[in-house]
Write a protein that binds this ligand. Structure first.
Ligand SMILES: [Zn+2]
Length: 310
């Protein structure tokens, strides 16, 4: 079925819905709902108070006030779990690695406007985020239940597969076999440039392969419109291309910033957020030549954001 990429809830298969937040750029993520009997599973809880409240409202309209029994956070990026406070009465699950990373809370969203020095692209970015996301009365609610490897829910009606470290330290995907749907979290940024916070990139490629091995008819990405396996293949191809280029640069002793300036994304050059490649290239250098990586998070994000024309 054709699924419009517009804000709100859209049925993508029998008993499966995607919640979209176009245009899917920084922090504007998707969520999912799966109906299992009379119960509802929520996948990722949105980035802020307003969006989480809207998502909960839409879920209650489908299943009723008591239907939301289980929540899965696919990884530790805030746009996938900051809304947990609206689902506190449910069983909230993440991988052990993701749950541990959440507790470090590298950026407290209530203090977002303080991130970045005056006049920097990072400061413009954090101010933009502080304006469009609402963290008034926000508080962190961490997953109470963790798993490693795989976890079956509702007698196998849903299976969680840990595929990280890839995009982040503890990525998971959610498979609904009867509906032939995978909720991929940020293993897929559909029709946009992926970003590798953790890596290794080879494991991110393997995570794409893990999604493809399930032969899904529908993939709900972490950001962007609904996809099929083709969207996952494109991201896989991009990552392999990036890895090949960067591996050559690593072998030649080229500094990471030059490796980034020389990178041609080829057929993927029109994807938004092309400059995310810099962060991903740094992740590859951190794996093979860590002595060549000297930038702080603020310094590397400054390059990513200053070049981000999207
Ligand atoms: Zn995300």
């Amino acid at each position: 079925m054709a699924v419009q990429y517009s804000r709100g809830l859209h049925e993508v298969a029998e008993g499966c819905w995607a919640w979209f937040e176009p245009p899917g750029s920084w922090g504007l993520s998707n969520s999912g709902l799966v109906k299992i009997g009379a119960e509802l599973l929520v996948i990722d809880t949105q980035n802020d108070v307003g969006r989480a409240r809207d998502l909960r409202g839409a879920a209650v309209e489908i299943g009723g006030e008591d239907a939301i029994t289980t929540v899965v956070n696919t990884h530790n990026d805030g746009d996938h779990w900051f809304g947990n406070m609206f689902f506190e009465d449910a069983r909230i699950i993440a991988t052990t690695a993701a749950a541990n990373a959440m507790r470090t809370l590298p950026i407290d969203p209530r203090r977002l406007a303080e991130v970045g020095r005056a006049g920097t692209a990072l400061q413009r970015w954090s101010h933009w985020r502080a304006e469009i996301f609402d963290y008034e009365c926000w508080r962190p609610v961490f997953p109470a239940e963790t798993f490693d490897g795989t976890l079956k829910l509702a007698d196998g009606a849903v299976t969680l597969h840990e595929v990280g470290p890839a995009h982040t330290l503890g990525d998971a995907i959610v498979h609904v076999p009867d509906a032939n749907v995978v909720f991929s979290g940020d293993i897929l940024f559909h029709r946009a440039t992926p970003i590798v916070w953790a890596g290794p990139v080879s494991n991110y490629v393997a995570a794409c392969d893990a999604v493809l091995a399930l032969e899904p008819a529908v993939v709900v990405p972490g950001h962007g419109p609904v996809a099929t396996a083709d969207g996952v293949r494109e991201t896989r191809n991009y990552l392999v291309h990036l890895l090949e280029h960067t591996t050559r640069c690593v072998a030649a002793g080229v500094p990471p910033e030059q490796a980034y300036r020389r990178f041609d994304p080829g057929e993927y050059r029109l994807w938004p957020h092309a400059s995310r490649a810099f962060q991903s290239i740094l992740a590859i250098y951190a794996e093979f030549r860590p002595e060549l990586v000297s930038l702080s998070w603020e310094e590397s994000m400054e390059i990513v954001l200053a070049d981000d024309a999207s």
